[in-house]
Design a protein around this ligand. Structure first.
Ligand code: ZN
Length: 310
């Protein structure tokens, strides 16, 4: 029974997850970005409460967190969204408070591990997980192992350049996948390209644009077409580079995936002809709303079950 902790920029979710990836109880609270001490106290009390509700003793604690985080020391790096958490170590602090082993990963890596073990990627050797929401992130799992870069670095799938003449990204480049195809990019594009008298300009969100496209609103349909094109280009790059068995799509924009999938496949077919692209399955994440929480629990299994078995 793993205590799972999902630390995001706006909320922290905590739950108890069994060894089949099922959430037995959960709680959440808004993230206090400025105070690590308050955040840690909230996590500890939610862990105790959810364990009590599920009537279990914690075997360990798994954490998935917005990054950058050091998966081995358990320490936070320069986290833009959580200024008060920089340099803090929830891994070590929770291990001391609960007297159990704690494992921490970037949240997209955590969700990738969960989809590979308990979700869409089960029985697939090479999986790439891509989440499209306010940003684009992801994780890569090869033969059941999380792919890590030098010094354990987490690869930044969202910062591959798709169009060097595109909008400037927070990373320093122009036209990164994230700046071209994350939810806010859809909104910015439609706002800039819809006719002056467009009645839906106020309160536009990616979700609203998808709803309007389904109601046959012409500018929204154009925005969806453009989105599918840029999503497709980034995914085609991943297929050319990795030729994975499956790419698992997740995130708020992918709740409307049916609008994009045909366009994505058209782009992939157009240019991936030197690799067996037709064998890469484009699938949707299957672990639902709690995928980050389930991912956090999977981090613990991935870290310690494997080590214990050696
Ligand atoms: Zn970037």
């Amino acid at each position: 029974m793993i205590g799972a902790v999902d630390i995001g920029g706006t909320k922290i979710a905590v739950g108890i997850v069994n060894d089949r990836g099922q959430v037995l109880s959960r709680k959440e609270t808004p993230t206090d970005a400025k105070s690590y001490a308050k955040g840690l106290a909230a996590i500890a009390s939610m862990l105790r409460e959810t364990a009590q509700v599920a009537r279990v003793e914690l075997t360990g604690i798994g954490i998935g967190s917005t990054g950058p985080v050091d998966p081995f020391s358990g320490k936070f790096g320069e986290v833009d969204f959580l200024p008060g958490w920089r340099g803090q170590n929830p891994g070590a602090d929770l291990a001391r408070m609960f007297n159990v082993r704690v494992a921490l990963e970037n949240d997209a890596d955590a969700a990738a591990l969960a989809e590979a073990a308990w979700g869409t990627g089960k029985n697939k050797s090479r999986l790439i997980y891509v989440t499209v929401g306010t940003g684009i992130g992801g994780g890569i799992v090869l033969d059941g192992r999380l792919y890590r870069g030098v010094d354990g670095a987490h690869p930044e799938l969202g910062h591959q350049v798709i169009d060097p003449t595109g909008p400037r990204c927070s990373c320093g480049y122009q036209g990164c996948w994230e700046s071209m195809a994350a939810g806010p990019a859809m909104v910015t594009w439609l706002d800039a390209n819809a006719p002056a008298e467009y009645p839906h300009r106020k309160h536009l969100t990616a979700r609203r644009i998808c709803e309007l496209a389904q109601q046959d609103d012409a500018p929204a349909r154009q925005a969806v077409k453009r989105e599918a094109y840029y999503l497709g280009l980034g995914l085609a790059n991943l297929i050319n580079l990795f030729t994975p068995d499956v790419i698992v799509l997740s995130g708020s924009v992918m709740k409307s995936a049916t609008l994009f999938l045909d366009g994505i496949r058209t782009v992939i077919c157009r240019g991936c002809r030197f690799v067996p692209f037709e064998k890469t399955e484009i699938a949707l994440a299957s672990l639902g709303e709690d995928s980050n929480l389930i991912g956090a629990a999977r981090v613990w299994h991935d870290r310690f079950r494997r080590r214990d078995a050696c």
